[in-house]
Design a protein around this ligand. Structure first.
Ligand code: ZN
Length: 226
């Protein structure tokens, strides 16, 4: 119901002290007189919904709420906490590391922190491996929380950024992105010459490229390799 019940408005003065006590605990009080036999209490995060028989006087309803007040104030923090942890559980998902499913679930922030650590551990050796093969050197390598790209290259500054989401995939995908970005130092575009340079040093690049593109979902991971 969008509009408050007319009786609720009429008797608001009787409930005023209760409204104030509950508001102090972050709880909104909603009283509705309905065709019910008994007074029903429903406690939700930040809401105490009370339905009372239509014929019951507001004084009696207010007295019943007052009797329950201590219970409400003790239970409310628990209900809020349970609601929060359920939300967080639903938001967490099974984590993949370097393409392998791990037997743990994590929240996004935790997962990204882990990915950042893993990626920063392998990055130096991967760049050391591929730079001489590609024949280009990056002056700076960084991990970024990029949600629309797997990697990027600032050609002028010779700065290569990798997406923190990469460790979800086999490490070959990260190697491909490094090769891709380093090849942009040869060709700052996606011309046939550029792709030829990529294929020359990584003949199976297409497989890893497609894996990154195919598994990407708009909400979770970047879809583009820049
Ligand atoms: Zn590119």
């Amino acid at each position: 119901m969008l509009k408050p019940h007319h009786r609720e408005a009429h008797h608001s003065l009787i409930y005023q002290p209760l409204h104030e006590q509950l508001a102090a605990a972050g709880i909104r009080l909603q009283v509705r007189h309905k065709r019910v036999k008994n007074i029903n209490f429903r406690l939700k995060p930040n809401l105490l919904a009370v339905s009372a028989p239509s014929k019951l006087s507001s004084q009696k309803v207010a007295a019943a709420i007052t009797q329950r007040l201590e219970w409400v104030l003790t239970q409310h923090p628990k209900i809020v906490a349970a609601h929060h942890s359920r939300d967080q559980y639903q938001r967490s998902e099974t984590v993949r590391l370097w393409g392998k499913e791990q037997s743990i679930t994590m929240e996004e922030a935790q997962r990204l922190e882990w990915y950042r650590q893993e990626l920063s551990q392998v990055m130096p050796s991967l760049f050391a491996k591929w730079q001489p093969i590609v024949g280009q050197w990056a002056s700076e390598q960084r991990i970024k929380k990029m949600s629309t790209r797997w990697g990027s290259c600032n050609v002028k500054a010779r700065r290569v950024w990798l997406s923190v989401y990469l460790p979800a995939f086999p490490i070959d995908c990260t190697e491909y992105v490094i090769v891709h970005e380093l090849c942009h130092l040869h060709h700052a575009n996606h011309s046939p010459d550029f792709w030829q340079a990529v294929a020359k040093v990584m003949p199976d690049y297409r497989y890893w490229h497609d894996m990154l593109a195919g598994k990407a979902t708009a909400s979770q991971r970047p879809a583009n390799i820049d």
